[in-house]
Write a protein of this length. Structure first.
Length: 117
């Protein structure tokens, strides 16, 4: 499966963005999908995941602000990000795996999210 992340941009604190992870080559319903983020000099951080069955999970810092969802008809997973904070600034990556919801085999390129204060 190939993954294409998009939707990043510059937004003011308190604003919203929706990231998209479009899959090609295989149907997204066959994969668990995760969103991760990374800032320079820091380890890549898990943000959210959605399993093949649709169960979701989030890191504590985004709970109540971010929502992960998928549209099987569009073969796309979304990350709706509301109430954005400057500390959410990072390059966001989506990843997928057919078996694991924590160890992902396939990765897309990143999309940059910048939140200004």
């Amino acid at each position: 499966v190939q993954l294409q992340a998009s939707g990043g941009g510059l937004v003011q604190a308190g604003g919203s963005l929706r990231l998209s992870c479009a899959a090609s080559g295989r149907t997204i319903s066959s994969y668990a999908v995760g969103w991760f983020r990374q800032t320079p000099g820091k380890e890549r951080e898990f943000v959210a995941r959605i399993t093949r069955s649709g169960s979701t999970g989030y890191t504590d810092s985004v709970k109540g602000r971010f929502i992960i969802s998928k549209d099987n008809a569009k073969n796309t997973v979304y990350l709706q990000m509301d109430s954005l904070k400057p500390e959410d600034t990072a390059v966001y990556y989506c990843a997928a795996d057919p078996w694991s919801s924590s160890d992902y085999r396939y990765w897309g390129q990143g999309t940059l999210v910048t939140v200004s204060s």
